[in-house]
Design a binder for this molecule. Structure first.
Ligand code: 5AD
Ligand code: SF4
Length: 439
């Protein structure tokens, strides 16, 4: 009987990409995909960014261990990297621990598996990417492509420089080849991923150069990239937003906080003003660009005045979307040892206030697009019969009822209503004639 596997993903898009590659590796080894309840091998691809995310892994391991036919359990991802053999001590049911830079060796680790758990958290110099299958299988019309990994910025709250290591860029030629493979497998949209994607460089080729190379590939309709650091928004990348049609008018540019005092304590290497000036330059190049960001509330020493500055930058920028988190002390990071840790109740109140402020700017952004027309790339089914959900160029979720359309189609809609997290669209019949031709 064929052995089966299931990969469960926690955390960021880089993990989503790694999970897809892990799935491809296991399929090349003869495994077939299955549900988490029935799989022979369950891979937990973990996240260490906040304590809550890290703890979820242990409750999942407990649940898997309780299954009558206990699967082989693999812990991959950033918890594997950060905690290594400690995981096996804490959860003896785990069979393999494999870090984010070593997962190409997972098939061998499973093959060789004896009674002892195998732990591989090496960060080899040779790239894992060279050892992965060249052919890509694509699940949807939108695909991720990791172009850069690791981080040299050392924000004082963040574990990433420790779990993902130093900034490393993949060779541009390999990325163009992988982009072609993804397009050949059905991808219409690619999102270039990196912890600091705009620090990408291969010789003279910057992220802007890579974007130009990939944008030129036939069959590619949309191109995005994330996550960027404000410090690395080069002039050539900003200019690319005004010049490349397939590059979508959307940028995820985390600022984390609004006060210079806090930005300094976070070691962000930018100020409120330099961040805002970067946005001015972007808007000059691409006036309709939508912005999203990440915010942390309750960083050690955050005063009411600091928090007020965070609220005011949200209003000043007018984010289309933003993600906000309560500060979570992470082992080994400088901020975890700082005095003036903030009480949980204060963090809760500030998070609620920040989310309300973000909700207001997101609603304003969505309302401003009502009455306009755009293309949406359909990526999932809605709850109502015939309802589909697609993404606008500005990454808004747009609900439509269009029984002739299917996931993966790009259709033109009029935006007719707005909520904080979504819009309603009406298909424009004469601009979607391919649908009636297909019906
Ligand atoms: N606590 C809370 N949020 C964090 N982030 C990173 N580290 C922490 C932490 N220790 C957030 C930042 C980052 C996003 C991916 O996660 O906002 O941009
Ligand atoms: Fe973490 Fe800062 Fe690096 Fe982002 S830039 S991964 S927040 S250390």
């Amino acid at each position: 009987m064929t052995a089966t596997y299931h990969v469960k993903t926690f955390g960021c898009q880089m993990n989503v990409y790694d999970s897809e590659r892990i799935g491809e590796l296991l399929e090349a080894e003869g495994y077939a995909a299955a549900s988490i309840e029935s799989a022979d091998v369950v891979v937990l691809n973990t996240c260490h960014i906040r304590e809550k995310a890290a703890e979820k892994v242990y409750s999942d391991i407990g649940r898997l261990k309780a299954r009558t036919a206990r699967p082989r359990v693999v812990v991959a991802g950033c918890v594997a990297q950060a905690e290594g053999a400690e995981i096996v001590r804490r959860a003896p049911a785990v069979d393999v621990v494999v870090g984010p830079n070593a997962y190409h060796r997972l098939p061998a680790l499973l093959r060789d598996g004896g009674p002892q758990a195998a732990v591989d958290t090496d960060m080899p110099l040779a790239s894992k990417f060279d050892a992965l299958p060249a052919r890509r299988s694509v699940v949807g019309a939108s695909a991720f492509l990791t172009v850069q990994e690791g981080c040299d910025k050392f924000c004082t709250f963040c574990v990433v420089p420790y779990t993902r290591g130093a900034e490393v860029s993949r060779p541009a030629a390999a990325l163009v080849a992988e982009a072609r493979a993804l397009i050949a497998a059905g991808a219409k949209e690619l999102t270039l991923l990196g912890q600091n994607v705009n620090a990408y460089h291969d010789g003279d080729i910057t992220l802007a150069g890579l974007i130009r190379l990939i944008a030129a590939l036939p069959g590619l309709v949309r191109l995005r990239y994330m996550t960027s650091h404000p410090r690395d928004m080069g002039d050539d990348l900003i200019a690319a937003h005004g010049e490349i049609d397939v590059l979508m008018p959307y940028l995820h540019l985390p600022v984390q906080a609004g006060s210079d005092r806090l930005l300094k304590a976070m070691n962000r290497a930018h100020t409120r003003d330099s961040y805002l000036r970067t946005l001015d330059r972007l808007r000059a190049a691409r006036p309709d660009i939508a912005l999203s960001g990440d915010f942390i509330v309750g960083f050690p020493g955050e005063t009411d005045a600091d928090f007020a500055a965070t609220l005011s930058i949200v209003a000043e920028v007018g984010y289309a979307a933003a993600y906000s988190f309560k500060y979570s002390p992470r082992p080994g990071t400088p901020a975890a040892g700082m005095a003036d840790q903030i009480a949980e109740s204060v963090k809760d109140d500030r998070l609620a206030a920040l989310q309300a402020a973000i909700g207001a700017t997101a609603l304003a952004f969505n309302r401003a697009s009502v009455g306009t027309r755009c293309d949406i790339l359909l990526d999932r089914a809605g709850r109502r019969p015939g309802q589909l959900i697609g993404k606008s160029p500005w990454l808004q979720s747009v609900f439509v009822v269009s029984p002739a359309a299917k996931i993966g189609d790009m259709i033109t809609v009029d935006l007719i209503d707005a909520q904080p997290n979504s819009l309603e669209g009406a298909p424009v019949p004469h601009l979607n004639s391919f649908l009636s031709a297909a019906a």
